[in-house]
Structures are given as C-alpha cells and as structure tokens.
Design a protein around this ligand. Structure first.
Ligand SMILES: NC(=O)c1ccc[n+]([C@@H]2O[C@H](COP(=O)([O-])OP(=O)(O)OC[C@H]3O[C@@H](n4cnc5c(N)ncnc54)[C@H](O)[C@@H]3O)[C@@H](O)[C@H]2O)c1
Length: 470
C-alpha cells in the first residue's frame, strides 16, 4: 500500500492539518502524528517539503536542524504526510478536525505594526476551501487553531474572515507555541505547558482530544483561557524572557565589564542562588537574536501605544539589546587599539544560537556589514549548521569565504569573533595557542572564559562580553 492510501484510509485518532512546515509546524506535526493523529502538513515551499518527506535524516536536518526531528518523521511516516499540493489539502478538509496555522513570523514594519498578510491570506484560502467543500455549513465541525505568535486581537480577524466567507460550523482557537529552537522536538514531546485559548466548550473538547497524551501528565500544565489571554500570554512571556536577557547584558554584564577583578560567573553564582532570581537567562552574550523576542517586543510596544499606553520600558529593553551588539563591536578600536582596515577576520558562528541552523536576527547578519564598513581585507566564516542559509544572504566572494572548520577560519586571522555558542567552540583556546600570529579575540559568548588567563599569558588580547579588556 502506498503512503498516500495509508493516510487516506486511516480511521483512528483525529485528522489534523498543519499549514506551514517551519520549526513550529514540522516539529508539532511530527508530535501530532506520534500522538496517533493522521497528520497532513502543507507548505508552499516545495524544496522544504521535498526534504521533509524524503525519509533521509541528513536532508531533513539540512532544512530544519532540530535534534530528533528526522527520527520522529521516519518513525511516524504512516500517519504523517508532507505536501506542497494544495489539492491534497482540499481533499483532506472533508474529514479534517483541526487546522493548525503555523505560518511565518509576521514582519514588523517601521512603526512596529505586524504585517499579518501571510496569516490572513492563509486564513482566507482555508475559509474559501471550507466553503467550497461545504464544510462548516452542514458538514463536520472544524477548528482553526493559530500557533503563530500574532497580535492579541488577531483571533477576531480570523473570525471575521470565516464569517465573510459564510463558513459557519467552525471554531477559532489560539494555541500559542512555547517551544525553544534547538530543543524543539524535545520541547514538543515534553512541553512544560499547553495553552488553549477558546470561547466554546466544543473547541476546548477537540483540543483536549488532540493533546490527550499531555492532559494528565504531571509535568505539563494544561491551561485553558480565552483566545486573547492565550495570545497575550505568549507575547508577555517572550517579553519577560527578553527583558531578563537585557538586564543580564546591559546591567549585570556591563557592571562586570566596568570593574576589573569581577568575574561574571562568580556574580552569576551569587544571583542564581536566590530562588526569587533563579538561573534562567543569567548569561552574557553579544545579542539576543532569533525570530521571536525582537519582533514580539516591537509588536507589544505598537499594541500598547495603539491603546495610548506608555510603552517606554518595552522600547528600552529592545534598545538595550541593540546597544549590546553595537557596543561589543565598537570596543575593538578604543580598548584594544585595533584598526580593522585591511585585516582578515574569522567569524565563528552565524546561527542565532547553538544547535540550530536558524539565522533569523543572528548577530552575524549585523557583523558582516559592520566589518565591510570597516574596510577589512576579508572574512572567513565557519558554522557547523547554518552556513547554507547564511550563504544565501551573503554569497561567497573574494572578501567573504566559507570554510569547513574553525581551525581553517582562524588560520592567519587578525581578529577572531565568536558570535554563536556552539559547544565545539569551547575547545578553541588550544587551536588559538597553536597559531603563530596572535589575533585579537572577541568572545561574544564567554565561550573561553575559563581560558582567558592562559590565553592572555600566551599574548592574546581578549575582548569578552562581561569582562574588561586586559
Ligand atoms: N521558531 C520558534 O522558536 C518559535 C517559537 C514559538 C512560536 N513561534 C511562532 O510560530 C510561528 C512559526 O514559526 P516558525 O519558526 O516555524 O516559522 P518558519 O518561518 O520556520 O516557518 C513558517 C513556514 O510557513 C510556510 N508558509 C508561508 N506561507 C504559507 C502558506 N500560505 N501556506 C502554507 N505554508 C506557508 C513557509 O514556507 C515556512 O516554511 C511564528 O509566528 C513564530 O513567531 C516560533
């Protein structure tokens, strides 16, 4: 029996459609299939769909680098299908119980307003399909579930679209996603919370069936609220985490940078031993990137200002993060008397953080133009997972070369910038000591903090977030 017919003949579990096969859609759909639901995933990106449906772990990882995703897809292939063919979506809608919208992070325009066109276009398309297939009029009830992080009132817009298309027998639910990139599969298999925002009992009931495996888990908080609370909870959770990082970078790290003899890690021990402070986010970094925190803070500010509320604290947190990256890069000239002109720079790490190939809002995206502006000779870039995507933004040239290992990147470099916290970079000190030339070391993640003493003794000048330059 082909995979297609197995999916079409399945009668057990629920029938769940995912729109969008990104980090959230692909990982959540894999867990949906693993929970016994027949799951169809649609994405407009044919290349991505081709890789996800290949059954080849390397190909899967080349588009979504998430540990365990390849295994989960292969294990559940009987209940899981990826497609870029919208006709399959139309056919699946005849018996579908829920449509999960996992569409891209909305772009934020200059004023901070979210561009919801991806989301609203997809909602309109689904509404038209439901209407065409006579679903929602007298057919089986279906819920449209939003997993994308969107402004608080987006649920009303979804309802308006469905009403305008005269699709009735349909519910709208907000089910924000809290997964952490780099641990997305583990996060989706073992979530700390599931938040369902709905207005109708039957919508809550459908979602309980979909998430049945987590309902009675002692480690999962299953939270039922209204849709606006669910959307607000997601935005505010992200802002709370973002502000924690901003405090760490812009206040704690800055204090440690300003007073010689203070070790960031020792201060962190003191802080984290207070249970009211806790340990999360107590690290120093050149930037908090990624697809969520930055745009969610800008969107929150816009939404508060739209209600004529003061949003200056939200704006300041966003500004503190930007200041951190610029401040880090600006330290080389005054603190190390380093002239960038005509220098060779090794850039280690272009993913926004370790264990992902996601480059959205990665510090490297800002570092490359910064270096170009400084008239450097060339840049050698290495990242274990994210070079393919980065290459699309910055194609290789005589001034920008992608190499196969960190040792190759640092050979002959005048400056080495560590921009991503890949664990393997912790061993860089040994490689650095073997170099004949002593490049300026700019550690944007404190990856080598235990080796700063020996490296200084070996003649290196080190600029690190959270430390004064010696
Ligand atoms: N990535 C995270 O860590 C994370 C965590 C929590 C919440 N979120 C939120 O979840 C949402 C999805 O995030 P992501 O990281 O998976 O995004 P992503 O950009 O990786 O994936 C979105 C996918 O949607 C596809 N797409 C675009 N238009 C489509 C359409 N009309 N029909 C079907 N597919 C379409 C794109 O091709 C892409 O593959 C965002 O709103 C984000 O804010 C993300």
């Amino acid at each position: 029996m082909t995979r297609k017919t197995r999916i079409e003949n399945s009668v057990s579990g629920m029938n769940v459609l995912y729109l969008g096969a990104g980090f959230v859609g692909a990982c959540s759909a894999a867990v949906s299939a693993d929970s016994g639901h027949t799951t169809l995933v649609y994405d407009i990106d044919r290349q991505k769909i081709g890789k996800l449906r290949s059954g080849d772990r390397d190909l899967v990882e080349s588009c979504i680098y998430e540990e365990g995703l390849g295994d989960l897809l292969v294990r559940n292939r009987d209940r899981l299908e990826f497609t870029a063919d919208y006709r399959k979506v139309e056919a699946f809608l005849d018996r579908c119980d829920a449509v999960f919208m996992c569409l891209p992070t909305p772009e934020i325009n200059d004023t901070g307003e979210s561009n919801l066109s991806f989301y609203l276009d997809a909602a309109r398309k689904i509404a038209a399909s439901l209407r065409r297939r006579n679903r929602g009029a007298q057919g089986q009830y279906v819920v449209i579930v939003n997993k994308s992080t969107v402004p608080i009132d987006t649920i009303n817009k979804t309802r308006e679209i469905l009403d305008a298309a005269k699709v009735r027998n349909v519910g709208v639910v907000s089910n924000p996603e809290f997964l952490v990139e780099g641990q997305a599969v583990m996060g989706a298999l073992r979530p700390d919370r599931i938040v369902i925002g709905a207005e109708r009992k039957k919508d809550f009931a459908i979602l309980r069936r979909i998430y049945q495996r987590f309902l009675n888990s002692p480690t999962v908080r299953y939270i039922e609220v209204n849709p606006q609370e669910a959307a607000a909870g997601k935005l505010l959770a992200n802002f709370t985490l973002f502000s924690r990082l901003a405090i760490c970078f812009d206040v704690i790290g800055r204090t440690c940078e300003s007073f010689p003899g203070i070790h960031f890690e020792n201060v962190r021990q003191i802080l984290s031993s207070d249970p009211r402070i806790g340990a999360w986010g107590l690290y120093d970094s050149l930037y908090a990137g990624g697809s969520c925190f930055i745009k969610d803070a800008r969107s929150l500010r816009f939404q508060l200002q739209g209600r004529e509320k003061n949003a200056s604290l939200v704006h300041e947190i966003y500004g503190a993060n930007r200041r951190q990256l610029q401040g880090f890069l600006d330290r080389a000239e005054p603190e190390a008397h380093f002239d960038w002109t005509n220098k060779r720079v090794a850039l280690l790490g272009v993913a926004f953080k370790r264990n992902t190939n996601d480059i959205r809002n990665s510090p490297a995206l800002e570092i490359v133009p910064f270096l170009a502006g400084k008239k450097i000779r060339d840049i050698r870039i290495y990242d274990p997972a994210a070079m393919e995507d980065f290459r699309r933004v910055f194609p290789p040239s005589s001034k920008l070369k992608y190499v196969g290992a960190e040792s190759e990147a640092i050979a002959g470099a005048d400056a080495v910038i560590i921009a991503t916290d890949w664990s393997q970079f912790r061993g860089l000190d040994e490689l650095l000591k073997k170099l004949r030339k002593r490049p300026l070391l700019m550690d944007g993640r404190r990856m080598l903090q235990s080796a700063y003493g020996p490296l200084r003794k070996a003649g290196f000048t080190i600029i690190a977030v959270g430390s004064p330059t010696a």
